[in-house]
Design a protein around this ligand. Structure first.
Ligand SMILES: [Fe+2]
Ligand SMILES: [Fe+2]
Length: 163
């Protein structure tokens, strides 16, 4: 993957990685539990980095809709709940697990699709590239810091959901 610090590209790369992990979680030939662990850490670190480093900075732009940013945060909460529902199923690959996985895929795909069309297009149209790269640096740093704390562990996701 090309090295970039553009926050728009960095967010898109994570979204594509999430889609790859969905494919692995659906495959009986894959280590589905490992794919879920990686997905959970990535999802939580990604969303927290967006909420702390990217969304607040974009709120300062007049032509980027604040309601879209608030809505994005609500969808992060819905994503965390759907993730927790899957993490709480005991048997990986069971019928219940498959069902919760599809609910998670639906919630996350809806969010990433909407985020790309509203928030990221807003950034593309209104934020200069040097600022996009600055935000990308801040996003990466925060994301890396969060990833070290196993943010996708069930206990942590439970804490996020109930806060
Ligand atoms: Fe995102
Ligand atoms: Fe997001």
């Amino acid at each position: 993957m090309a090295e970039t610090r553009d926050v728009v590209e960095l967010i898109l790369q994570d979204h594509r990685r999430m889609e790859d992990l969905f494919h692995r979680m659906r495959s009986v030939e894959a280590d589905r539990a490992a794919a879920l662990r990686e997905f959970a850490d990535l999802l939580v670190a990604h969303a927290l980095a967006e909420e702390t480093k990217v969304y607040p900075a974009l709120k300062r732009y007049e032509n980027i809709d604040d309601d879209e940013l608030d809505h994005g945060e609500e969808e992060h909460e819905e994503g965390n709940q759907a993730l927790l529902d899957l993490l709480e199923v005991d048997e990986v690959g069971s019928a219940e697990w498959d069902e919760k996985l599809e609910e998670l895929v639906k919630a996350i795909t809806h969010h990433t699709d909407e985020e790309e069309r509203t928030i990221l297009n807003g950034a593309r149209e209104n934020v200069a590239m040097d600022r996009r790269e600055e935000l990308g640096g801040a996003f990466l740093e925060e994301r890396a810091r969060r990833l070290k704390e196993s943010p996708g562990a069930a206990d942590n996701v439970r804490r996020l959901v109930s806060s």
